[in-house]
Design a protein around this ligand. Structure first.
Ligand SMILES: [Zn+2]
Length: 116
Protein backbone atom coordinates (compact mmCIF):
# COMPACT_ATOMS: atom_id res chain seq x y z
CA UNK A 1 0.00 0.00 0.00
CA UNK A 2 1.33 3.40 -0.91
CA UNK A 3 -1.60 5.52 0.17
CA UNK A 4 -1.73 8.54 2.44
CA UNK A 5 -2.44 6.40 5.50
CA UNK A 6 0.81 4.51 5.00
CA UNK A 7 2.75 7.76 4.70
CA UNK A 8 0.96 9.24 7.67
CA UNK A 9 1.66 6.18 9.83
CA UNK A 10 5.28 6.03 8.74
CA UNK A 11 5.85 9.71 9.55
CA UNK A 12 4.10 9.37 12.92
CA UNK A 13 6.37 6.42 13.78
CA UNK A 14 9.44 8.27 12.62
CA UNK A 15 8.38 11.25 14.73
CA UNK A 16 7.88 9.11 17.83
CA UNK A 17 11.30 7.49 17.38
CA UNK A 18 12.93 10.90 17.00
CA UNK A 19 11.11 12.37 20.01
CA UNK A 20 12.22 9.37 22.11
CA UNK A 21 15.80 9.76 20.90
CA UNK A 22 15.73 13.49 21.72
CA UNK A 23 14.46 12.78 25.22
CA UNK A 24 17.27 10.27 25.77
CA UNK A 25 19.88 12.66 24.42
CA UNK A 26 18.62 15.54 26.55
CA UNK A 27 18.76 13.32 29.63
CA UNK A 28 22.29 12.32 28.69
CA UNK A 29 23.21 15.95 28.16
CA UNK A 30 21.86 16.80 31.61
CA UNK A 31 24.01 14.06 33.13
CA UNK A 32 27.11 15.28 31.33
CA UNK A 33 26.43 18.84 32.51
CA UNK A 34 25.98 17.55 36.06
CA UNK A 35 29.26 15.66 35.78
CA UNK A 36 30.91 18.90 34.68
CA UNK A 37 29.63 20.66 37.79
CA UNK A 38 30.85 17.82 40.02
CA UNK A 39 34.24 17.59 38.36
CA UNK A 40 37.11 19.90 39.14
CA UNK A 41 36.15 23.09 37.31
CA UNK A 42 39.74 23.69 36.22
CA UNK A 43 38.95 22.39 32.71
CA UNK A 44 42.16 23.40 31.00
CA UNK A 45 44.45 21.44 33.29
CA UNK A 46 42.12 18.58 34.09
CA UNK A 47 42.04 15.84 31.46
CA UNK A 48 38.70 14.60 32.78
CA UNK A 49 37.22 18.08 32.37
CA UNK A 50 38.38 18.18 28.77
CA UNK A 51 36.81 14.77 28.11
CA UNK A 52 33.53 15.93 29.60
CA UNK A 53 33.60 19.08 27.47
CA UNK A 54 34.16 16.93 24.40
CA UNK A 55 31.35 14.56 25.37
CA UNK A 56 29.07 17.52 25.94
CA UNK A 57 29.75 18.92 22.48
CA UNK A 58 29.17 15.48 20.93
CA UNK A 59 25.81 15.08 22.65
CA UNK A 60 24.88 18.67 21.75
CA UNK A 61 25.61 17.90 18.09
CA UNK A 62 23.39 14.80 18.25
CA UNK A 63 20.61 16.86 19.84
CA UNK A 64 20.92 19.46 17.06
CA UNK A 65 20.73 16.73 14.46
CA UNK A 66 17.66 15.11 16.05
CA UNK A 67 15.92 18.50 16.37
CA UNK A 68 16.60 19.19 12.71
CA UNK A 69 15.20 15.80 11.78
CA UNK A 70 12.09 16.50 13.86
CA UNK A 71 11.59 19.77 11.96
CA UNK A 72 11.91 17.83 8.68
CA UNK A 73 9.26 15.38 9.86
CA UNK A 74 6.95 18.26 10.81
CA UNK A 75 7.45 19.75 7.34
CA UNK A 76 6.73 16.37 5.73
CA UNK A 77 3.52 16.02 7.77
CA UNK A 78 2.57 19.52 6.64
CA UNK A 79 3.14 18.53 2.99
CA UNK A 80 1.05 15.43 3.58
CA UNK A 81 -1.80 17.60 4.90
CA UNK A 82 -1.48 19.79 1.81
CA UNK A 83 -1.55 16.76 -0.48
CA UNK A 84 1.92 17.39 -1.90
CA UNK A 85 3.84 14.82 0.10
CA UNK A 86 5.93 12.49 -2.04
CA UNK A 87 6.30 14.97 -4.87
CA UNK A 88 9.76 16.28 -5.76
CA UNK A 89 9.98 19.97 -4.86
CA UNK A 90 12.26 20.56 -7.85
CA UNK A 91 10.57 18.74 -10.74
CA UNK A 92 7.19 17.85 -9.21
CA UNK A 93 7.46 14.20 -10.14
CA UNK A 94 6.44 11.50 -7.72
CA UNK A 95 9.26 10.31 -5.46
CA UNK A 96 9.68 6.51 -5.71
CA UNK A 97 8.07 4.67 -2.83
CA UNK A 98 11.33 2.84 -1.99
CA UNK A 99 13.00 6.19 -1.42
CA UNK A 100 10.17 7.43 0.80
CA UNK A 101 10.36 4.22 2.74
CA UNK A 102 14.09 4.63 3.34
CA UNK A 103 13.81 8.36 3.90
CA UNK A 104 10.28 9.46 4.84
CA UNK A 105 11.32 13.13 4.95
CA UNK A 106 12.67 13.15 1.37
CA UNK A 107 11.60 16.30 -0.50
CA UNK A 108 13.13 15.45 -3.84
CA UNK A 109 13.52 12.58 -6.26
CA UNK A 110 16.94 10.86 -6.32
CA UNK A 111 17.95 12.95 -9.33
CA UNK A 112 17.38 16.23 -7.47
CA UNK A 113 18.64 15.16 -4.05
CA UNK A 114 20.79 17.87 -2.49
CA UNK A 115 19.46 20.58 -4.80
CA UNK A 116 16.42 21.66 -2.86
ZN1 LIG B 1 13.04 15.84 -9.09
Amino acid sequence: MTDTTTHSTRLAEERQTTVDRLEGLRREFGQVVEATVDANSDDEHDPEGATIAYERSQVAALIDHAEQHLAEIDAAQERLAQGIYGLCVVCGRRIPEERLEARPTARTCVEHAGRA
